[in-house]
Design a protein around this ligand. Structure first.
Ligand code: PHE
Length: 330
């Protein structure tokens, strides 16, 4: 039976090895017949033969196993050599991509607020009248609804026109203190040089119990944020109106192209409007059942920031997927 050891050793094929295994270990294999022979032996002889047989059995089984693993490894190596892909191989012809300027700008804005201890809160793109308008102090037939050309669905659902409904969702879910930003897509029926039907905003909301939050807090964070994004610019707060904030302001930065001298981009005013903000209106707090709290909110368009940072004249070009534009952002 020892020649089976040599046979195993010289096999170079998995199928052949399997045949050998059956010849040795199968029901009618050589081991089985040796064990039958064992029964016919006298006691003394039996013991010796049995122990030899068991040793041999173990040796053969180890050899088979070893060989099997070896041949399987070989087979995998062969396949790898033929079909495998070397992911570490450097291909100079391979083109690298880049983040879309809107995404890159979004990341930059989010990073600033994360460092300022804000949390991210997301909301649905398909909203209802209550969250998008009603709870934000925009009752039905309120003229300010016209400011936001809304896409409506049949069943009184709509595509959110701003990220402000996430303010409502957050306050309905949590108690103050609240310190969140909410980035995401918004939709309006609009299409021209500076408007696309889908664009992106980042909402900010800070609420605390009592009168802890003041306009000064809002002013500080927005001034710090805008100089972080645009560098050395002047920031100005202009009284304005939003139904969900009171008092409200629009925030301008000094024109980054003409440094405030006046040019085409800033319509010769020296200022560029960049976001809306204000102290959360008491009616909004009532709508979510909050009492004795104070807070501020702000919202800004991301495309607008991206256009200014990268001097992109036509907003629509951001969504045409033209590689000649995108390649400039590598
Ligand atoms: N939601 C407003 C808009 O889309 C922006 C805004 C948000 C203004 C929060 C004030 C406070 O124009």
């Amino acid at each position: 039976m020892n020649d089976y050891k040599d046979k195993i050793k010289s096999t170079i094929d998995l199928d052949e090895l399997e045949k050998l295994r059956i010849e040795i270990f199968g029901k009618k294999g050589v081991l089985a017949s040796s064990f039958i022979k064992l029964k016919t032996l006298a006691n003394e002889e039996k013991k010796e033969f049995a122990s030899k047989l068991n040793i041999l059995k173990k040796e053969l089984s180890d050899l088979l196993q070893e060989k099997k693993e070896f041949l399987e490894r070989k087979r995998v190596q062969k396949v790898m050599q033929k079909d495998g892909v070397d992911v570490t191989l450097f291909d100079a012809a391979c083109e690298s991509g880049a983040l879309h300027p809107v995404q890159a700008t979004m990341d930059k804005i989010i990073n600033y607020f994360l460092n300022m201890n804000f949390e991210i809160q997301e909301g649905p793109l398909v909203e209802d009248d209550f969250h998008n308008f009603e709870a934000l102090n925009l009752p039905k037939y309120h003229p300010a609804r016209d400011m936001q050309d809304t896409f409506y669905f049949k069943d009184s659902k709509l595509l959110r026109t701003h990220t402000s409904p996430v303010q409502i969702r957050t306050m309905l879910k949590k108690k103050p203190p609240i310190r969140v930003i909410s980035p995401g897509a918004v939709f309006r029926r609009d299409l021209d040089l500076t408007h696309t039907p889908q664009f992106h905003q980042v909402e900010g909301l800070v609420v605390e119990e009592g009168d802890k939050v003041s306009f000064a807090n809002l002013k500080f964070i927005l001034e710090d944020f805008l100089t972080h994004i645009f560098g050395d610019v002047k920031v100005r707060f202009r009284p304005s109106f939003f139904p969900f904030t009171e008092p409200s302001a629009e925030v301008d930065i000094s024109c980054i192209f003409c440094k405030g001298e006046g040019c085409r981009v800033c319509s010769h005013t020296g200022w560029i409007e960049i976001l809306g903000c204000g102290m959360v209106d008491p009616n909004v707090f009532s709508a979510v059942g909050y009492e004795n709290v104070s807070g501020y909110a702000f919202g800004l368009g991301i495309e607008r920031v991206a256009m200014l940072l990268h001097q992109i004249p036509d907003l629509r070009s951001l969504y045409e997927g033209d590689l000649r534009l995108l390649e400039q952002f590598k």
